[in-house]
Design a protein around this ligand. Structure first.
Ligand code: TXA
Ligand code: MG
Length: 330
């Protein structure tokens, strides 16, 4: 039973559930819901329903110039929406899909232009998260889904964090547990004969290079498509000012610190937290957003984070942290 006054004051009641049939029924009705993926939680809707897609932009506060990724169960489901797949991308797909990789490929007319911001290529991916795969297998339409954060904010990696950001705006968050990778998918496409990476992500460059036989060029600047140059300078940012930690600084009780594994001398819990117990950057990646959101909620005046080495998934972590710290170090 819900109280009608609660509904009036707070809008829609947002429930957390792991029932895929409930999720399907909300999507069939044209509602946007939170979904688990192996990367981050998404804000999903029926990609073929213009009002449903429009609600994604409204709920996120996202400009229409920033296109959406389509999520499918498998290539068979995706066929009507894409033209031929380049053999180079095919090789990448065989190794990394289903999984945290997105392909930018020429679209067919079946993809509404609202999805691609009028561009002639569409971003598609085949998630590996088991509960989402069950849901996708039941649907007869693709799911358009950006990350389930408000525009510019940190992407959630737990169902509860989606509820905290979007409470009252969506009816349901499908709870698939914590995201396994914790950083968004790698976006890859073709320019001439070579694969190009448009967003560093959960599949590291080195792993792509092993399959391709060369290191793909990174054209990461297309991550955001500002409506006017310079409008979108930052992303993935907590509301507490975030800076890189410098080994010469002294601890302050007013500040929060995030370290990769060990705390330097004088920095203690609870002001300091470790992003991993093993120093493995994959663990750091999995915990990063979740711990940033947690530290952001504690009311510190500033947050400091230790920068990882620029190798493997560390390159993606640095990319996100550069964007997050850019808000406070223009
Ligand atoms: O891991 C992920 O990819 C997550 C989960 C939910 O699947 N989704 C995600 O979506 O990160 P979003 O919307 O937060 O980021 C998608 C990025 C945006 O930077 C967007 O500009 C780019 O992909 N993108 C999408 N479609 C595109 C297109 N047709 N051409 C160029 N860039 C595109
Ligand atoms: Mg996003």
């Amino acid at each position: 039973m819900f109280n009608p006054l609660t509904l009036y004051l707070y809008g829609m009641i947002t429930r957390i559930s792991s029932d895929v049939h409930r999720a399907k029924s909300a999507l069939d009705k044209g509602q946007a819901i939170g979904i688990p993926t192996e990367t981050v939680y998404g804000l999903a809707a029926n990609a073929l329903n213009p009002a449903a897609v429009e609600s994604i932009f409204q709920i996120k506060g996202r400009p229409h110039s920033n296109p959406l990724i389509l999520h499918f169960f498998d290539v068979q489901q995706a066929r009507p929406y894409i033209q031929e797949f380049d053999p180079e991308l095919q090789r990448i797909m065989e190794v990394f899909s289903p999984g945290p990789i997105t392909f930018l490929v020429p679209k067919t007319k079946a993809v509404p232009s609202l999805i691609t911001a009028g561009l002639d290529k569409v971003a598609i991916r085949f998630p590996s998260q088991p509960l989402l795969r069950r849901l996708l297998s039941l649907l007869d339409f693709p799911l358009a889904a950006p990350s389930a954060n408000k525009y510019g904010a940190v992407s959630p990696t737990l169902a509860q964090q989606v509820k905290e950001q979007l409470s009252g705006e969506i009816p349901l968050v499908l709870d698939g547990g914590p995201c396994g990778f914790g950083l968004e998918s790698t976006i890859v496409g073709m320019e001439g004969p070579k694969a190009v990476v448009y967003r560093l992500g959960s599949v590291p460059l080195d792993d792509l290079a092993v399959v391709l036989g060369y290191i793909p060029t990174v054209k990461n600047h297309k991550e955001e498509q500002p409506m006017a140059p310079g409008m979108v300078k930052y992303h993935y940012a907590p509301t507490t000012p975030l800076h890189y930690f410098s080994p010469t600084q002294n601890p302050s009780t007013q500040c929060g610190y995030l370290f990769l594994q060990h705390f330097p001398k004088g920095f203690d819990y609870p002001n300091s937290i470790a992003l991993s117990t093993d120093g493995n950057l994959k663990t750091v990646a999995r915990n990063l957003y979740s711990m940033l959101i947690e530290m952001d909620s504690r009311g510190y005046s500033k947050l400091y984070i230790e920068k990882p080495k620029p190798e493997g998934i560390g390159l993606t972590i640095i990319d996100r942290l550069n964007r997050a710290t850019a808000k406070y170090n223009p």
